[in-house]
Design a protein around this ligand. Structure first.
Ligand code: THU
Length: 138
């Protein structure tokens, strides 16, 4: 169970991620994804997936949201929401797990959501990427 204040933060992130998801450029997969990050300063940053006709040049929603956070000087991800529309969980891909890891803290939570069903599951970084390699490992 999430605490009330945390639930409010997550609900706000879900709203922002839902909104930005509609701007996804996903003509190849038709799989629209939105993401919203709450940083250590309390600021929210959003991103959507941006595909490319040269397929590997596409980027994920989380990647875009993290880039937006960096551009505004955010240093740590408190919470990140990922939202998609699927029968299965829209969990961050392997590369995005590593991207989130770069800016994570022990309290960082990754919330996986569905456009119709809402919040489905919340993870810690350790859940998604155990024994991960991060800045402290260098
Ligand atoms: N995608 C994301 O943006 N985030 C995820 O967590 C999973 C996958 C995008 C990449 C691609 O544009 C589309 O979803 C299908 O894989």
């Amino acid at each position: 169970m999430l605490k009330k204040s945390m639930l409010e933060n997550v609900e706000n992130l879900i709203e922002k991620a839902t909104e930005v998801r509609l701007n996804a450029h996903a003509p190849y997969s038709n799989f629209l994804v939105g993401s919203a990050v709450l940083d250590d300063k309390g600021d929210v940053h959003v991103g959507c997936n941006v595909e490319n006709s040269a397929y590997p040049s596409g980027s994920c929603a989380e990647e875009q949201a993290i880039g937006a956070m960096c551009a505004k000087g955010g240093k740590t991800i408190q919470d990140i929401v990922v939202i998609g529309k699927s029968d299965a969980l829209v969990t961050p891909c392997g590369a995005c797990r590593q991207r989130i890891r770069e800016f994570s803290a022990p309290q960082t939570r990754i919330h996986v959501c569905d456009t119709e069903k809402g919040l489905l599951k919340s993870y810690s970084m350790q859940d998604l990427l155990p024994d991960s390699f991060g800045p402290e490992n260098l």
